[in-house]
Design a protein. Structure first.
Length: 339
């Protein structure tokens, strides 16, 4: 017990788009999941916001890497660098010792044993000594205050950066589940394609993401009017600079096909849900979490399509991170945590 102060407890949401770290119930890191390295030596250059500022704007000597793709580690070395450097950002004032790290890391429900091993190894190489993992739908449910151990049905739709995870939870377990590779990254890519095809203008990933955040919508008839977004870029044919005005209605049409895939996934999970739990879900409604839940009118669209109320949770972007934090404080209480 005398050495407890040498142990640092971290709750990590290792997301495709953003990595969030909580320590002592406080958010200490909230950075884009991206690393910049020297293209020739592989030496670390920047992480998080600084690395994202370099993304698509670098010279050939610097390479930016997104270590996670579709919610799992795609580049083991870059993931290890990212976790290590983000932890260093927390401990930059410490000079006499490096604390032993106890971690709870959120992982996708559909992770294979190989992918789990990669996350565990990356965490260990970054300094982790006592590592737990929690499935992201369960973490998201904890993060929005659901009692996941009660014998009733709760349903959550977590729309992240790489995947949308749909889960029915009861008695501390996931009863029905589906993961769809349609989420924030796909929405961004669709907007890039739309601008190319409809406006003959070439835009980068960062600009497409800005359009998604500023005017992204799931329905054309929003209650609140949104000002059109001005986009500047090169014309595809002439390379001359052009300006295009994009409306939220256009983005709603642009994202329609991908949102329909999420709707289909939700319907399939409901089909596989036991009748008693289904009734609970109808009564309580379905919770929307993740960055994708912030798309305007998405809850209205899904409620109309599926005839069950959908609710956007408070601060949906950080739901998984808050849930991993809750799990960290109660590792003995939750049997679903994995070592």
């Amino acid at each position: 017990m005398a050495f407890k102060f040498l142990t640092q407890e971290l709750a990590i949401d290792l997301g495709t788009a953003n990595t969030v770290i909580y320590m002592n119930d406080k958010k200490v890191i909230d950075e884009p999941s991206i690393v910049a390295v020297d293209a020739y030596t592989g030496k670390f250059q920047a992480v998080g916001t600084k690395a994202k500022q370099m993304h698509e704007r670098t010279n050939p000597h610097i390479r930016t890497i997104r270590p996670l793709k579709d919610g799992v580690i795609a580049d083991f070395d870059a993931a290890e660098i990212m976790i290590r450097e983000l932890i260093k950002m927390i401990n930059y004032k410490r000079s006499f010792f490096t604390p032993s790290l106890k971690m709870v890391v959120g992982i996708p429900q559909g992770s294979t044993e190989v992918e789990k091993r990669a996350i565990r190894d990356s965490s260990e190489h970054a300094g982790g000594r006592d590592i737990y993992m929690i499935y992201e739908p369960m973490a998201a449910a904890l993060g929005i205050g659901m009692d996941v151990l009660e014998p009733t049905g709760n349903m959550i739709v977590d729309i992240g950066g790489g995947t949308t995870e749909i889960a029915v939870i009861s008695l501390g377990g996931i009863v029905a589940y589906q993961s769809i590779k349609v989420a924030g990254d796909i929405f961004t890519s669709e907007i890039q394609q739309y601008m190319k095809q409809q406006h003959n203008i070439r835009i980068g990933e960062i600009t497409a993401e800005e359009i998604k955040i500023k005017i992204g919508a799931a329905i054309t008839d929003l209650e609140q009017d949104i000002e059109p977004f001005e986009v500047k870029g090169p014309n595809i044919m002439t390379a001359h600079p052009v300006t295009a005005s994009v409306t939220s209605q256009e983005i709603a049409h642009c994202l329609d096909k991908q949102l329909a895939r999420i709707e289909q996934g939700i319907i399939q999970v409901l089909e596989n849900t036991p009748p008693e739990l289904y009734q609970d879900i109808v009564d309580k409604g379905i919770a929307l979490t993740g960055g994708g839940a912030l798309i305007r009118g998405l809850d209205q669209r899904l409620s109309k399509k599926i005839n069950i109320p959908f609710h956007v949770s408070e601060d949906p972007l950080r739901a998984v991170a808050r849930g991993t934090c809750a799990a960290l404080k109660n590792v003995d209480k939750y049997p679903f945590l994995m070592r």
